[in-house]
Design a binder for this molecule. Sequence first.
Ligand code: 5GP
Ligand code: MN
Length: 344
Amino acid sequence: MQEFVNKIAKLQEFLAGAPKRIAVVTHTNPDGDAIGSSLAWAEVLRGLGHSVSCLVPNRYPSFLGWMQGIENVIVAKEKPEVAAAEVAAAELVFIMDLNKIDRLDTLTEAIEANTTAPRILIDHHLSPPTDYALMFSHPELCSTAFLTYKLIEQMKGTEAITTSIAENLYAGIMTDTGNFAFSTLTPDLMRAVAVLLEHGLNIPKVNTAVYNSYSADRVRLLGYSLCHKMELLEGGRAAYLSLSEREMRRHNFQLGDSEGFVNYPLTIVGVKISAMFIETRKFIRVSLRSRGEGVDVNVFARKYFGGGGHKNAAGGKSFVSLRETIENYKKAVAEFLPTCNLEE
Ligand code: 5GP
Ligand code: MN
């Protein structure tokens, strides 16, 4: 706690003096936590008088389109010059919800080119590198949004929380915990949610905006994936889903449509690890999920798919065909599961 307080003092030193130009950046394929924590933090910084831009490498899914402030987020893939100029002009950079700079994809180069702006990390992923000017790295927390809440609480007090900050933080917490299902859910987190409620959060509104805003195509694609594309392995302890580019085209696939599919096999009794393979033009995107303590998909993703993440949610990439990727996954689970404690 004392260390946290000391770091807040350091953070305030970075923010002291004349108003600054600040870039708030987050990871590729931004999710609710990435966008929610970025928007909330940007609003806090603007409240302190700074000039702040939020940047993402590629477009966020449409189910986050309701979030207040999202219309001003700069999508680097769509406006590379604007994004590069904004990053180059920044005097301070906040890196949200990711550990390694290379997860910034199209933004990585611009960030690395700006060698003068100090970089401050606000994140909950495991094993970040240590070359940041200041690091708030809290893998024990469910989400970057909850960490952002703690920063606001400590730095400005909860009076600083507006309705939009409350909604954006809640959206991050809700999505990164699988709607309060899979992360460590502490009394502290629930108290934070209570405070957000006191500051204008409307839970059914956020819930409906995020979870009940799918297209019919997306719902049909889910049905198709579960009915025709789900396979169980290892006596029902492992599972996977896969979608080819063709199958996605057939279902009029929009960015973000496959979000959450990977969780469904884990609702089957006995399944400990689930994977989703999505074919893109350049590689196969790998999503991994597990339940409980025994199967660490962060380790699995690092070992077999050059990725990482958290114990129960991780991802990576595969640069061979979809079919080969699936074969590799089958071999990997056959090797990995016997090393895990599958008791609980
Ligand atoms: P998702 O399956 O939702 O894309 O990703 C789940 C989690 O895995 C994310 O929170 C992210 O931290 C992590 N992750 C996904 N893809 C990668 C990757 O390519 N590299 C690393 N290091 N982490 C990833
Ligand atoms: Mn997160």
